[in-house]
Ligand binder design. Structure first.
Ligand SMILES: *[C@@H]1O[C@H](CO)[C@@H](O)[C@H](O)[C@H]1NC(C)=O
Ligand SMILES: *[C@@H]1O[C@H](CO)[C@@H](O)[C@H](O)[C@H]1NC(C)=O
Ligand SMILES: *[C@@H]1O[C@H](CO)[C@@H](O)[C@H](O)[C@H]1NC(C)=O
Ligand SMILES: *[C@@H]1O[C@H](CO)[C@@H](O)[C@H](O)[C@H]1NC(C)=O
Ligand SMILES: *[C@@H]1O[C@H](CO)[C@@H](O)[C@H](O)[C@H]1NC(C)=O
Ligand SMILES: *[C@@H]1O[C@H](CO)[C@@H](O)[C@H](O)[C@H]1NC(C)=O
Length: 792
């Protein structure tokens, strides 16, 4: 379960091996979890889940608020508490996911028939400022006189409720039906039995059951099951819509959506504290009980403490695979860094062995890709470095989604399909891992077949899987506005067509396919997908002007004419909240043409030279993007542009842009995120910016900026190798922030990018910093790869 003690002093053997002059000793922090503040991003739209969970665990437990922005369950906004529930997503937009199976300690005026059971009447104010948490632990005070704590394992949670001495008859309410989004479908049941636990000979009251709800950003319905064990129950009741039946042992909903169903458990008089354990399964109540029994054997206060200790150790085991020298780094920045790293490993959730959809498969199953549009850019590339074994499982799981549904997933939550935002970005999730040599157990032939399906078979349901407009793209070379060949264009559930931004993403998806084709030796396909990867230029309108710059991506009609869309539209300065999946959302999704027109990560050099008017104009354009407020770091397409100066031979300008962006948009406040965390995407951006490198997701390229620690080491848990980034003359990236020279494994290195070899094979990147921009990384041979210059 947990890790052993890590050596406190870790000598960088590799440094000595390459005989640098540094005598570097990192004092590895054995408990980086102490720097994690789970409440960062729990107000102001961050939607961060701040409760107890383990890395990629199914169970994520936290107190749910009666708040308008409850996507992460708990919000730092003073709203009252609805209960503490075991299932959540993290940082999402869309509606709020799950949140069913709440427990809530309540005070009733007399016997159980006097309890208030229905929402919203039964919600209880929080004790303001009482919420605390750390990896694997959450606690909150309630104004009705209880303090509620929770800690978790992969599939179970244990609650400890402390009772104010003035409450003689404590009662625990269990809410079966009310999820966060009030989506209960009326198919629920609950049974109560009394049993004697094998482990302790304890008398336990066991509640089991399940229900049906709808996903927060997708289609269909889902079912999930629980098993709640509570010792020391004196009396119990079930309730339905306010009718309380004392002593009844079962409840079956009458099929009414939004029915309020649950149970009341009266604890022994005078109890000062009590515990309750809940197991969750996506397959059955039997499995939910088995998970709870095996993962939390002791339903006692001591069992709570053991679970809490183990949870923190599990997190430290993951976090210590990244070691930083924090000499000269403020405690506040360390909090920002470790909290961001922590949030990068909360989603998706590992449901291997508990997959209700194709239970016979022996492949891993992960759920809550919310959405791959967000996570392929920064979250999963971070997994390839920090947790490559988990990334290999995700790759196997998405390929298995293809095997079993016919399509790679795009967005998924609570075992249902979610809405597609842009391209078929699982293609780049796969090409990223493929090009970095992630192989562990992965059937890449099937992976290749899966991405080819995306590219070649028109999906009748591209709003949830595959691509739309394949036929038009093949005949016109682009996807027209209101595509008449699109099966979804005549009244779909997901509205607008996003023809311009989808084409850009499909083109880059095709580049990812080309990389896989190349590696598998399919050279015909390689050439044809490389060719297709540039057809988004067919919607480049050289005549479109904005701020004196000419040439922007513009949507195009079937007859070939461009539609003029202000290149600033969808940016923070114009129509910022107009460009979602709404029917009138237009032809760009969540970012402007100003920003999307830079989205050719596979052929930047070609765009710079042949479309943007050369390097100087390109650099001016990038400056204008940021200085005129057209970029949006609060949304994932905004991440990569901050590093793009490297393609113009100006890594120094990347350094300045990234530092400004980081410091002015991210901090350790509850309001410290510029947008939805989106399953840890904002957190991952902070991590990359702090490491001084950034993945060009989908390919084997990392752009270099400047590190925010004097040294950083990654311990690869698969190969056992170490990768170190060491900064000479480091002064906190205040004055000495520009790279003057570099050495990779002891050899002079002038490129302003690196590939994945250092992480898979081990190595040392040594950067010598100085106070002024230098000639390092500025020459044509130093630039990141582009199709036109070779290098892939
Ligand atoms: C306990 O309950 C009493 C009466 O409601 C209240 O005055 C007191 O503040 C409570 N104490 C705690 C620790 O919650
Ligand atoms: C529990 O306390 C209540 C309220 O004081 C009292 O009415 C009841 O008889 C007590 N029950 C037991 C079993 O002591
Ligand atoms: C995912 O869950 C399975 C089943 O519990 C487990 O064997 C596997 O190690 C987990 N993966 C990771 C990366 O922890
Ligand atoms: C792709 O192939 C087509 C047809 O052969 C050709 O007209 C076009 O110029 C090619 N595009 C690129 C970017 O090579
Ligand atoms: C092309 O179609 C659009 C939309 O119907 C129309 O506004 C435009 O005038 C057409 N252009 C030409 C050249 O016919
Ligand atoms: C955090 O929020 C507080 C209160 O709103 C504010 O005073 C403080 O300046 C914020 N800190 C940062 C770093 O933004």
């Amino acid at each position: 379960m947990s890790c052993g003690a890590r050596p406190v002093l870790v000598l960088l053997a590799a440094v000595l091996l390459f005989q640098t002059t540094t005598a570097l000793v990192i004092r590895a922090d054995p408990d980086p979890a102490r720097f994690v503040d789970p409440f960062i991003g729990t107000s102001n739209g961050g939607h961060v889940f701040p409760g107890s969970t383990l890395p990629y665990a199914a169970v994520k437990a936290v107190a749910d608020c009666a708040s308008g922005e409850d996507q992460g369950g708990f919000v730092s906004d003073g709203t009252p508490i609805r209960g503490i529930s075991p299932l959540h997503d993290d940082g999402t937009g869309g509606g709020a996911s799950m949140g069913q199976f709440k427990v809530m300690p309540v005070v009733c005026s007399g016997d159980l028939t006097t309890c208030v059971t229905n929402e919203p009447a039964r919600v209880v104010p929080r004790v303001e400022g009482s919420a605390t948490g750390s990896p694997g632990y959450f606690s909150i005070g309630l104004e009705n006189g209880y303090t509620a704590e929770v800690t978790t394992t992969n599939h179970a949670a244990i609650h400890r409720i402390t009772v104010n001495a003035s409450i003689e008859q404590p009662v625990l309410l269990f809410d079966l039906s009310n999820d966060l989004g009030h989506s209960f479908q009326g198919n629920g049941n609950l049974d109560i039995v009394t049993l004697t636990s094998e482990q302790q000979g304890q008398k336990i009251t066991r509640l089991t059951g399940g229900g049906e709800w709808i996903p927060s950003f997708g289609i269909g319905t889902y079912s999930v099951y629980f098993c709640l064990d509570v010792p020391n129950v004196h009396d119990f009741a079930v309730y339905e819509d306010g009718t309380i039946n004392v002593g009844a042992t079962s409840l079956t909903s009458g099929g009414y959506a939004n029915d309020q169903l649950g149970a009341l458990l009266q604890m022994t008089n005078g109890t000062s504290s009590f515990v309750a354990r809940i197991g969750i399964s996506w397959m059955s109540t039997g499995k939910a009980c088995a998970y709870a029994e095996s993962e939390i054997p002791s339903i006692t206060s001591a069992g709570f403490d053991t679970t809490k200790t183990n949870a923190r150790a599990t997190w430290n085991d993951l976090l210590t695979s990244v070691e930083v020298d924090s000499t000269g780094v403020s405690s506040d920045f360390q909090t920002l860094f470790w909290s961001s790293l922590y949030r990068s490993f909360i989603s998706p959730m590992n449901l291997t062995g508990d997959n209700p959809l194709w239970p016979e498969s022996t492949e891993p199953y992960y759920d809550s890709y919310y959405c791959i549009w967000d996570s392929f850019r920064v979250v999963h590339p971070l997994w390839t470095i920090v947790q490559p074994q988990a990334q290999a499982e995700v790759v196997r799981a998405v390929i298995d989604v293809y095997r079993n549904t016919g399509w790679l997933p795009d967005c998924r939550m609570s075992t249902d399909m979610g809405f597609t935002q842009g391209g078929s970005n699982a293609d780049n999730l796969l090409s990223d891992s493929y090009s970095k040599g992630i192989t562990d157990g992965i059937n890449w032939q099937d992976g290749y077949a899966a991405v080819l399906k995306d590219a070649t078979v028109e999906s009748t349901l591209w709003g949830v899987q595959g691509r739309g407009g394949i036929l038009s793209r093949a005949t016109l070379g682009y996807i027209p506005i209101a595509d008449s060949t699109d099966p979804m264009s005549t009244g779909s559930t997901v509205g607008s067509y996003r023809s311009a931004s989808r084409l850009l993403e499909y083109a880059y998806n095709d580049f990812g396919i080309a990389l896989i084709a190349q590696g598998l030796g399919d050279s015909d396909s390689y050439h044809s997908y490389i060719n297709k990867s540039m057809d988004a230029l067919n919607i480049w309108n050289p005549a479109t002007e904005s701020d004196g710059f000419f040439g922007f991506i513009q949507p195009r009609f079937h007859n070939g004419s461009f539609k003029n869309v202000d290149p600033r539209f969808c940016s923070p300065v114009l129509g910022h909240t107009s460009c979602y999946l709404n029917p009138t959302g237009g032809e760009f999704y969540e970012a402007s043409s100003w920003q999307y027109s830079f989205y050719f990560p596979h052929n930047m050099q070609f765009i710079i030279d042949s479309y943007m008017g050369g390097v100087a104009t390109f650099l001016d354009r990038l400056d204008t993007l940021f200085e005129n407020g057209y970029s949006d770091i609060g949304d994932e397409p905004g991440f990569l542009p901050t590093f793009l100066y490297n393609y113009g031979g100006r890594p120094d300008k990347t350094v300045d842009r990234v530092l400004t962006t980081l410091y002015s948009n991210f901090n350790t406040n509850t309001s410290g995120l510029p947008g939805n965390d989106d399953s840890g995407a904002m957190g991952s951006y902070v991590v990359w910016a702090s490491l001084g490198l950034f993945p060009v997701a989908g390919q084997n390229t990392y752009l270099l900026s400047t590190p925010l620690f004097p040294s950083i080491t990654f311990n690869n848990p698969v190969t056992g190798t170490k990768a170190s980034i060491i900064a000479q003359n480091w002064d906190g990236a205040t004055t000495n922030k520009y790279v003057q020279s570099a050495k990779l494994n002891g050899q002079p290195y002038t490129k302003n990018w690196i590939n994945h070899d250092i992480f898979s094979k081990g190595g040392v990147l040594e950067l010598t910093l100085g106070s002024t921009p230098s000639s390092w990384g500025t020459q044509p041979r130093d630039l990141p790869p582009s199709i036109v210059t070779g290098g892939f």
